[in-house]
Design a binder for this molecule. Structure first.
Ligand SMILES: [Fe+2]
Length: 460
């Protein structure tokens, strides 16, 4: 009798274990939320000299979560001075999307406020009991115009773990002190698919928790939630996992996708090129018009000057380019075309010659493995718009390290192997005019499909 009861109990236990595992379907262990924090990412909702936002994920067993922060003193028990802040917790049912398991996860976020400028802090996130992250360090901005160095990534999008992770890691090795990373849209391929976000977070790992991200949505961050849905909507995960600035004079549909961050004398403006382009125009004009800083960087997904045939975004160009020109935006960093293009709008052409006195610099880049062909004839089709193409590439994964120091921007585009492919120096003169010194002649031949390894899109 005893034995029978034991067998029955064992059967119940094994069935329970199986059912429990079965909840997670085919998910791999690092895709599954647990009581331990994962997907830790730094962003900003306000002044980077005084505040820092952090977001992380757990399973739904963690209903109340906390972050702790302390000055990153070299003494080993710096943590004894930590201040504890209760997190805001958002419940996310990822199963709303057809292709996700029917799971509920929790996203927790804290905005550290009243921080000291130019100061190294250590923070950790967790449940306030036994389930904590490691202590992770970040430095606040100085609050003054100081040298800024940042990373820029075009579309990651496909095979993010297997083929994009090397870019993120090579970028961190090249610029370990980078102040922030710009991700110019299409971070993933299928907006709501949680496994793809799991890949983005695993690929970046603790770099996402160390170097703050400035993210904009690409077309692939919008998708129908279900087969029956009529409308594409922003990735389910976007709002819960990125804490970003919000403005009352922008439509609610653009929430946390259109914003600016002022970092040590540089205004970085993020736009949403997917929708409500007109509604952003007035806000952009105002945001650029009120910029007290010497430099402006603009980032969004769909390029003003596309580098692919049949991929022109003329509607966006008509609305935004006059504003970019009016305010002489310095750098426009974009994605979407799965090629590399770097060009500039000249102040004027003399006898058909470009004087290299420039208005704005435009870059289309790709960091992931999906590759398209560059349009025939380069950017000649845009000549009436007055743009000059300086350097291009196909079939190459890139990341950029951009340094702004006083009157000078030094831009470097690196390939996945860490070799330099493109570079320029842009100098801003007293009167606000800019000159471009192109380093391209020393940087080797243009990389094209015909002179690079065979490309096969299968499996991307
Ligand atoms: Fe795209």
């Amino acid at each position: 009798m005893k034995n029978r009861i034991l067998i029955v109990l064992q059967l119940i236990a094994s069935n329970f274990a199986w059912a429990h595992q079965g909840d997670h379907g085919a998910l791999r262990h690092w895709e599954i939320a647990s009581p331990d924090p994962d997907r830790i990412v730094l962003t900003w909702t306000g002044d980077p000299a005084r505040s820092q936002a952090v977001t992380w994920r757990t399973d739904r067993s963690v209903a109340v979560a906390f972050a702790e922060i302390a000055l990153a003193d070299p003494s080993s028990r710096f943590d004894q001075n930590a201040e504890r802040i209760r997190a805001k917790t958002e419940v996310l049912k990822i199963g709303q999307h057809d292709q996700n398991e029917k799971l509920t996860t929790h996203f927790h976020s804290v905005v550290f406020e009243n921080l000291l400028p130019n100061t190294l802090y250590a923070y950790r996130v967790g449940d306030g009991k036994a389930r904590w992250s490691e202590w992770i360090q970040f430095r606040t901005a100085s609050g003054e115009a100081e040298p800024v160095e940042f990373l820029y990534f075009g579309d990651a999008q496909n095979a993010v773990l297997s083929h994009w992770s090397r870019i993120m890691r090579a970028a961190f090795q090249k610029a370990p002190q980078a102040d922030f990373s710009i991700h110019a849209g299409d971070l993933v391929n299928r907006a709501h698919r949680d496994q793809e976000w799991a890949e983005w977070f695993k690929a970046g790992g603790w770099i996402h928790a160390t170097v703050p991200s400035i993210v904009v949505p690409g077309n692939h961050e919008y998708d129908e939630l279900t087969n029956e849905a009529q409308e594409k909507r922003l990735a389910l995960q976007w709002g819960p996992q990125f804490e970003l600035p919000q403005y009352s004079d922008l439509p609610d549909s653009l929430r946390e996708t259109v914003y600016y961050i002022d970092y040590q004398g540089v205004r970085v403006v993020a736009l949403n090129s997917n929708r409500e382009v007109e509604a952003q125009a007035k806000w952009l004009d105002k945001t650029l018009g009120s910029n007290p800083h010497r430099w402006t960087v603009l980032t969004f997904h769909h390029p003003i000057f596309s580098s692919g045939d049949g991929r022109d975004n003329s509607g966006n160009r008509e609305v935004w380019k006059p504003i970019i020109e009016k305010h002489k935006v310095d750098l426009v960093l974009q994605g979407h075309d799965h090629t590399y293009a770097r060009g500039h709008t000249p102040v004027r052409m003399v006898d058909g010659e470009d004087e290299k006195r420039i208005e704005s610099l435009y870059v289309n880049s790709v960091s992931g493995p999906k590759m398209y062909e560059f349009m025939e004839g380069g950017w000649n089709v845009y000549r009436p718009e007055g743009v000059v193409l300086d350097r291009k590439a196909e079939n190459t994964q890139f990341f950029q390290v951009i340094r702004i120091d006083g009157d000078v921007v030094v831009y470097k585009a690196y390939m996945a192997n860490g070799a330099l492919y493109d570079a320029f120096e842009m100098r801003k003169n007293e009167d606000g005019t800019k000159t471009l010194r192109d380093w391209s002649p020393d940087l080797g031949d243009e990389r094209l499909f015909k002179n690079s390894l065979p490309y096969n899109r299968d499996g991307m």
